[in-house]
Design a binder for this molecule. Structure first.
Ligand SMILES: [Zn+2]
Length: 374
């Protein structure tokens, strides 16, 4: 009984510590937000491109020549743009990139577990929860920012999430949180599905998902794209898993390919958004990862508290509310728990959370000022 009370108090403490409660008098500003994650994608490859030691080692890369032809260049700036062309040709010019530790520009997780569930909990709740220490499929007791937003009348039915990993129904506590979520091997249900989505459902029905925790990112992406066209959500989460899967499989070539594909898919989503009047000029993308990976040649594939480098992350922003700051080369320290509060800020909503990225990153005027004008 006493233990239960103590645990209950701890849970309350964990869920309110970094909670991003929105205030009821919030007025929507017409802004849209897409949050996108590449699971366990390292800052090392984002800022330096493919790693030659890993490319040239047959233990990690099956065909070095082929992968060098795809991703290698002696110039690191050319090399990283070959791996992530949308990040370096578009985001670096029109948006901002944080986390290049070569300049002392650091992004880190605050949770010390440095694995996926604790990472996504930190991203979406704005705090750490010491009781979330594994990836076990347990319903999350902490409310997340998507849930807070979707409870506002102006956003009802306008918040949605598509993710490759089948743990997201637990991370977001789907039964409680109320917004649309499609994750893992789930087909997209509903009436008036497009022919494309019906085909994707057919592929999922035939795929052997029995032992796989994640579905192919390309299916997740095509389903997400179809949903965005059909339902035009105002707040959307897209969770890719291919990079982490390939890492754990110790396949550096597939890890690079997954990152390269994610870059292309994000670019395609950005192009779609620019072509739709509901989104053009009032939409921001916030892209990040849930954790880093080992920083050494023999640890890159793994991550966690005991694997050095795993708390090192990165963030990228582009769109109407993100200033065009380019690659951030100033010494700084950002944390994953600042993202949930930033999500509210990017939508022009007020939040009790004091955890946000530096306000100099944003184009928005302070939400209070916005409301005062009305
Ligand atoms: Zn992960």
């Amino acid at each position: 009984m006493k233990l239960g009370l103590v645990l209950g108090l701890l849970l309350c403490w964990g869920s309110t510590l970094g909670s991003g409660d929105l205030r009821t008098e919030d007025v929507p500003t017409g802004q849209n937000l897409f949050v996108i994650t590449l699971d366990g994608f390292r800052w090392q490859e984002l800022f330096n491109g493919a790693d030659s030691a890993l490319l040239n080692d047959p233990e990690w890369t099956a065909d070095a020549d082929y992968n060098k032809a795809l991703y290698w260049d002696n110039d690191p700036e050319v090399r990283r743009a070959r791996l992530m062309p949308f990040f370096w040709n578009v985001i670096a010019r029109k948006g901002q990139l944080h986390g290049n530790r070569a300049y002392g520009n650091n992004c880190n997780t605050s949770n010390f577990y440095q694995i996926s569930y604790p990472g996504y909990n930190e991203i979406f709740t704005g705090g750490t929860d010491p009781l979330i220490s594994s990836n076990a499929k347990v319903h999350n007791g902490n409310k997340n920012m998507l849930e807070y937003i979707s409870a506002m009348p102006a956003y009802a039915g306008k918040v949605a999430a598509f993710a490759s990993w089948d743990a997201f129904p637990y991370i977001f506590n789907r039964e409680r949180s109320g917004f649309y979520l499609n994750a893992g091997p789930e087909a997209v249900q509903g009436e008036s599905l497009s022919k494309g989505q019906q085909s994707l459902n057919g592929i999922l029905a035939h795929a052997d998902n029995s032992e796989q925790a994640t579905r192919d990112d390309r299916i997740t992406f095509l389903s997400a794209l179809d949903y965005v066209k059909r339902r035009t959500p105002k707040v959307f989460f897209l969770g890719f898993s291919g990079t982490d899967d390939a890492g754990h499989d110790k396949s550096y070539d597939r890890y690079l390919r997954s990152a390269n594909e994610a870059d292309r898919m994000i670019g395609e989503l950005w192009n779609l958004v620019q072509s739709l009047p509901q989104y053009r000029g009032n939409t921001t993308f916030l892209i990040t990862t849930d954790h880093g990976r080992g920083a050494r040649k023999n640890t890159w594939y793994n991550h966690g508290f005991f694997v050095g480098g795993s708390s090192q992350t990165w963030m990228a922003l582009i769109g109407s509310q993100a200033k065009a700051l380019g690659e951030n080369k100033a010494p700084a320290q950002l944390y994953q728990k600042q993202i949930a509060g930033s999500m509210a800020w990017l939508l022009g909503l007020r939040t009790r959370s004091r955890n946000t990225l530096p306000l100099t990153c944003f184009r928005a005027v302070a939400p209070n000022e916005q409301l005062a004008v009305k």
